[in-house]
Ligand binder design. Structure first.
Ligand SMILES: C[S@@+](CC[C@H](N)C(=O)[O-])C[C@H]1O[C@@H](n2cnc3c(N)ncnc32)[C@H](O)[C@@H]1O
Length: 205
């Protein structure tokens, strides 16, 4: 890990994602029971858990991010039990059908093999369990999408693996999720190249 990845990027990422946070908080109302949050990062989303949540296990591969998330959780009074673990969403160290909710906030843009991670999220959920998500994705506007594809290689380097041109909606469908609800829009407060977003709930049938 480089100095940029460890010391600078966590703060850049938090600052850059701030305009999204209200929408993230809204979708989090669908989380309940025993929750797995994949790619918790610095823990910016952990304040958004509703009362229906009893336990949150957050996983994250980056040591630097985990440390910030840990400090943040220790300073906050949470109504739920929590635990943070260093782990990879592509190979979850949890039993099949062991969670009521999997939370994915701005993370399927970054996981190197998102197909595997989606399959793992599906496996970890109980039948009827929910994938609660908010993700920035490829634009449905072909002109904007062309620019996203052009800029993506540079963006990926600057944003430590994040890609702006992923079709995460299709990815979730291929993994077997059925959408209970899904909303797609162009976020007004973000630079348009990264402003196409989806939010909603996918169910493991
Ligand atoms: C854009 S950040 C978002 C972090 C956090 N969800 C938030 O809303 O602030 C993407 C996160 O995905 C994490 N990530 C990257 N690869 C991952 C993987 N294979 N498994 C789990 N998380 C991963 C990154 O370390 C980073 O913390």
């Amino acid at each position: 890990m480089s100095f940029y990845e460890d010391r600078i990027f966590p703060h850049v990422m938090e600052w850059g994602a701030r305009p999204f946070r209200r929408s993230c908080a809204e979708v989090m109302a669908y989380a309940q029971g025993r929750v797995l949050e994949i790619g918790v990062g610095t823990g910016a989303n952990l304040r958004n858990y509703p009362e229906a949540v009893t336990e949150v296990i957050g996983i994250e591969p980056s040591d630097a991010m985990l440390q910030i998330a840990h400090e943040r959780l220790q300073q906050t009074k949470s109504a739920f039990r929590w635990e943070l673990q260093q782990a990879d969403a592509r190979s979850l160290p949890f039993e099949t059908a062991s969670f009521d909710t999997v939370v994915a906030i701005l993370v399927f843009c970054t996981i190197p093999d998102p197909e595997r991670a989606a399959a793992e999220a599906f496996r970890a959920l109980k039948p009827g369990g929910r994938l609660v998500f908010f993700e920035h994705v490829v634009s449905p506007d072909s002109g904007l999408a062309r620019w996203q594809h052009r800029i993506n290689p540079t963006w990926r380097k600057l944003a430590c693996g994040c890609e702006i041109n992923r079709d995460t909606r299709s990815l979730f469908e291929r993994a077997g999720f059925r959408f209970e609800n899904i909303k797609a829009w162009q976020h007004p407060k973000i630079v348009s190249i990264a402003a196409s977003v989806i939010a909603g709930v996918g169910v493991r049938p």
